[in-house]
Structure formats: C-alpha cells, structure tokens
Design a protein around this ligand. Structure first.
Ligand code: DQA
Length: 160
C-alpha cells in the first residue's frame, strides 16, 4: 500500500518580500524625555519608536528596535542585522569613540543612516568627530526626534 506522505508546503516570499529596517539606539537614549531635556527634548524613546513604527507601517516596511547601553551588545545586534535591508543608528556617545561599531557596520555591509537628536558639530569639541559619518549613507542631526523620522523616510526612499 502506498504510504500517504504529508504534503510539504514551501512558503516562498519572493516578490512580496518586505523591506526590513533595524533601528539601533545607543547608551543613555533609554533616558530620553528626562535626560538633559534642554538638549534632547521631552520626547521619550518609546514615543520615538512608536512614531517610527507608524511611519514604517504606512510605507509597508517592517521595522524592529534595539537599545543598549553596552558597546558589545550593540556590536552583537549589528552583526545579527546582516539580513536587514537598512539600519538607522544613533550610537550616542559611542559615535565618538567606537571603532568596533564602525567595523561591525562595515562587516554586515547594510546601508545605514546615522542620526543624532542634537547637532554634534555645534557642541563640545570631543563630539565633533564621528567614527560613522564617512561610511554612512546619510547623516541627520540637530532636529530632535525629527532626526529619526527624517532619517527613516530618507532610508525608506533609498531602499524602495
Ligand atoms: C547624541 C549625541 C551624542 O554626542 C551623545 O553622546 C548622545 C546623544 C544625539 O542624539 O544628539 O548620547 O547621539
């Protein structure tokens, strides 16, 4: 008697593959809304993520978020993002110090937009240099929370 084999349903999403964006927030950004509000504003990280999620949804793009205060965890997250189509990153203070984050971004070779709430070029001397800017697709800074939204719209426009 012939054995009845369960039919395997292979799901391929070719042609309907959604653009995937990863948003990575560095140290102390979990404190947005209460941290130096004269510089960073009163919008919380949860509110920023919610708005970005809405923007992504309206453009039929899938988006996920990660925040860490630890450099190693940020590097791990970037390494795990090799399947993403694009990255939005505010590396916060690590922007000015981390060759490891730069190397991780170059290793996965995913196009990324660097964002900052404040204008790092107009602040203390030690903030003027970024280890990411020269390899970023684009840098958006100085617009408060809007830097993230502008960066996201520009990245989506580039990818789609
Ligand atoms: C920041 C600017 C950095 O210099 C600072 O260390 C931050 C936030 C910004 O978004 O303006 O933590 O990346």
């Amino acid at each position: 008697m012939q054995k009845l084999m369960p039919k395997r349903v292979e799901k391929t999403f070719q042609g309907s593959k959604k653009t995937k964006i990863k948003v990575i927030h560095g140290p102390n950004l979990n404190l947005l809304g209460q941290r130096q509000i004269n510089i960073y504003g009163t919008t919380t990280l949860a509110e920023i993520n919610k708005r970005m999620h809405a923007i992504a949804q309206s453009k039929n793009v899938s988006i996920s978020f990660f925040q860490s205060n630890s450099e190693g965890e940020l590097v791990d997250c970037i390494q795990q993002s090799f399947k993403a189509d694009g990255i939005i990153i505010n590396a916060a203070a690590y922007t000015h110090t981390s060759i490891a984050i730069r190397d991780a971004l170059l290793s996965v070779a995913v196009p990324f937009v660097e964002v900052h709430l404040s204008n790092i070029k107009k602040r203390e001397k030690f903030r003027k240099h970024s280890y990411l800017s020269d390899v970023a697709l684009k840098v958006v800074m100085g617009l408060g929370a809007q830097s993230y939204y502008r960066g996201l719209c520009d990245l989506i426009a580039h990818l789609t």
